[in-house]
Ligand binder design. Structure first.
Ligand code: ADP
Ligand code: MG
Length: 481
């Protein structure tokens, strides 16, 4: 019995999603990522005496959007609270957050691992402001503080301890990131910190009913590192239990270099946040009408699109899944099928060519030169037997390089128009057969597979322009004569 058969893994995740609003949650300062330090800071952000926060309506709308997408209950009367702690990147000495009345409660994230679907329950989603950023590396003597991020809106999404493996955690964060991107409320970029994940991890013996003490691991900057952090933490805890030790509740920092973690603070040193109601902000009432209006304006989400793709367009579940992985790709496909009704071929082109091209070149779809209408032209040329599929790839490449001519013009320019001119084809076929008299004999004696060899030869002679269907037909006629 391995140790992992003996123990059950218990994980709850806290994900912070930075909302992509133009201005901050309680101030009109801009929120541009990468702006020069301390250029997006007003007296409100600096927490100067006498200033008052004013709630950005867009934050509430975006929170409700996510709540609807995740099947949550939306709180009607919302309250903000002060979470008190002292830190250099928090000029007010408290963070405005939500405590007892978070904007969303309940709900779930649906994940799929090893072909099994599972719902991970959510505890809550609340709105809060981000802190600034300390920098301890830029200067030898001083720590530097950039307050541009202070006051940027966040949604904190807290899961129940329902996650049972690092693979499930990986799927959960991937799904959440996909959703916030579809909803266009957060760019989901973990490398830039606009989505962050803390993992609460514990293990217990299988069959045990109570949870054991958990350890919170912080600062993972990619989904892969969330998984690595969990794998390492699980291993660390099992080793301690196996050696007869105990786990105390603590917070640890992740070290991406080797996947290990180091202690940040123990439970004894945990903050006492002394939450109290924020007196400067009135309660925010979210009416049923507001919720209905936001619901009506919701974009189509991956799951609905998948159902549409497999139901209406008869694509496989796999294709539907891959096409909806990323919002931009799904939208590209939707536009493409406005121009081409060959859904299967459209799906193949998007999955195999478009996706690979944008991934390999690390560009966004908006910077990708082959527009859906152009790809549809290519598909039409293949369907009409005007170009071969390998010829079509050359047209695709030419479009991708920025060629703005029509697909037909490019096909002609690159000599890709398939020859179904039988005179020309016959000549190539004769040459091909003359080259392999033995193989022709074999064919006539029943080795029909040799036709591929002749076909290959004709393709070579025609430099790929021979129409495969017509060639096959002519070859067979000739060989069976
Ligand atoms: P805090 O406010 O201290 O962060 P919470 O009760 O809000 O504590 O829990 C934070 C996260 O820890 C939640 O995602 C929850 O599911 C998870 N969690 C709670 N208990 C455990 C446990 N024993 N093992 C793993 N995760 C846990
Ligand atoms: Mg917490």
């Amino acid at each position: 019995m391995t140790e992992n058969d003996k123990y059950e893994i218990v994980i709850g995740l806290e994900v912070h999603a930075q909302l992509n609003t133009k201005t901050k949650i309680f101030a009109a300062d801009e929120t541009v990522y990468g702006a020069a330090p301390n250029t997006q800071i007003s007296p409100i952000t600096l927490g100067l005496p006498g200033v008052l926060p004013m709630l950005n309506k867009e934050v509430v709308e975006k929170a409700v959007k996510l709540g609807i997408a995740l099947h949550c209950t939306i709180t009607e009367e919302n309250h903000f609270a002060r979470k008190n702690y002292f830190y250099a990147d928090l000029p007010k000495g408290y963070q405005i957050s939500q405590d007892k009345a978070p904007v969303c409660t309940g709900g779930y994230v649906e994940i799929e691992v090893n072909n099994e679907r599972k719902q991970i329950s959510l505890t809550r989603i609340h709105m809060e402001e981000d802190a600034g950023k300390n920098n301890h590396e830029l200067d030898e003597q001083y720590s530097l503080i950039d307050l541009n991020r202070a006051g940027v809106p966040l949604l904190e999404i807290v899961s129940e301890p329902d996650i049972r493996s690092s693979d499930e955690a990986y799927a959960y964060v991937t799904e959440l990131r996909k959703l916030v991107r579809y909803l266009q409320i957060c760019d989901g970029n973990m490398e830039e910190g606009s989505m962050r994940c803390d993992a609460n991890v514990s293990v217990r013996l299988k069959g045990e009913t109570a949870y054991r003490n958990r350890v919170e691991v912080k600062n993972m900057n990619s989904i892969r590192n969330v998984k690595r952090a969990i794998d390492n933490e699980v291993k660390r805890q099992i080793e301690i239990y196996e050696a007869g030790g105990t786990i105390d509740q603590e917070t640890r920092g992740f070290n991406p270099a080797d996947g290990s973690s180091f202690p940040l603070r123990s439970k004894e040193n945990a903050h006492d946040y002394r939450y109290f109601p924020e007196p400067d902000l009135p309660p925010v009432v979210i009416t049923q009408q507001t919720i209905a209006a936001i619901r009506a304006a919701m974009p189509q989400l991956p799951k609905e699109l998948q159902e549409k793709f497999s139901g209406e367009y008869h694509l496989s579940a796999y294709d539907a899944h891959v096409l909806t992985d990323e919002r931009e790709i799904a939208l590209y496909f939707l536009e493409l099928i406005q121009f081409s009704k060959n859904y299967k071929s459209a799906a193949n082109w998007v999955i195999n060519e478009v996706k690979s091209f944008v991934n390999e070149n690390n560009i966004s779809i908006s910077a990708f030169n082959v527009k859906p209408a152009q790809l549809a032209e290519i598909i039409q040329l293949i369907d009409a037997n005007i170009v071969s599929s390998s010829g079509a790839k050359n047209i695709f490449k030419s479009f991708a390089e920025g060629n703005a001519k029509s697909a037909v013009a490019i096909a002609e320019e690159l000599n890709l128009v398939q020859s179904s001119d039988t005179d020309e084809l016959s000549k190539w076929i004769e040459t091909a057969l003359a080259k392999y008299p033995d193989k022709v004999k074999e064919y006539k004696n029943g080795k029909k597979g040799n036709i591929n060899l002749f076909m290959g030869e004709v393709m070579k002679l025609s430099r790929g322009t021979a129409d495969p269907k017509v060639t096959t037909k002519l070859l067979e006629e000739k060989l069976n004569a």
